[in-house]
Ligand binder design. Structure first.
Ligand code: GTP
Ligand code: ZN
Length: 185
């Protein structure tokens, strides 16, 4: 990341809104925002597939679902947070499993970028499909967008649900229904 650019940009933003970048409370703000950006956009510099290089084989051919994974991302249109929960399920091919935490790590890496909820949802599904070649993947994300609550249309509490469905979850209505039922529980 270009720290100097962030410092300059935040200083200009502060001036732009008619505030004084030299006043005590704002003096350290460009530096704080730069450090924050390194944290909340850290996923720009890592490959989510690498999170899935821990694999093992086990005689398990049914669905594995990790639900209620907390997500915090940033909408690329307004640079405001959107946050909520992700649910990730897959059905392994020939018992090829990954660590449960690795599914949450994929979500984490991809959410720490300027995002669209739809793109985040598909990217999680496609990363798991590419890395594990499972029989199917389903990803559901439910999130509240600050750009819809604290500004603009101001609809606090409105939730956006997105899903990405791959493989057997797409072709088998029963399998998809089973996943959605477990997610809703
Ligand atoms: N599809 C999608 N839209 C998003 C997401 N995050 C924010 N948006 C929308 O992006 C759109 C940007 O619309 P614009 O008309 O360019 O921006 P705006 O004038 O600030 O729009 P309003 O939010 O309606 O005031 C808005 O409708 C936002 O609700 C997202 O993750 N997915
Ligand atoms: Zn937005």
């Amino acid at each position: 990341m270009d720290r100097e650019k962030i410092l300059q940009g935040v200083r200009l933003l502060i001036e732009g809104i008619g505030e004084d970048p030299e006043r005590e409370g704002l003096q350290g703000t460009p530096d704080r925002v730069a450090r924050m950006c390194e944290e909340i956009f850290c996923g720009l510099h890592s490959d989510p597939k690498e999170e899935l290089n821990v694999c093992f084989t086990e005689n398990h051919s049914e669905m594995i679902l990790v639900k209620d994974i907390p997500i915090y991302s940033v909408c690329e249109h307004h640079l405001l947070p959107f946050y909520g929960k992700a649910h990730v399920a897959y059905i392994p091919r020939q018992g090829k499993l990954t660590g449960l935490s690795k599914l949450a790590r994929v979500v984490e890496t991809l959410s720490k970028r300027p995002q669209l909820q739809e793109r985040l949802t598909s990217q999680v599904a496609d990363t798991i499909m590419d890395a594990l070649n499972p029989l199917g993947v389903i990803v559901v994300i439910e999130a509240e967008h600050m750009c819809m609550t604290m500004r603009g249309i101001k609809k606090a509490g409105a939730k956006t649900m997105t899903s990405a469905v791959r493989g057997v979850f797409k072709t088998s209505e029963a399998t998809r229904a089973e996943a959605f039922a477990l997610i809703k529980e």
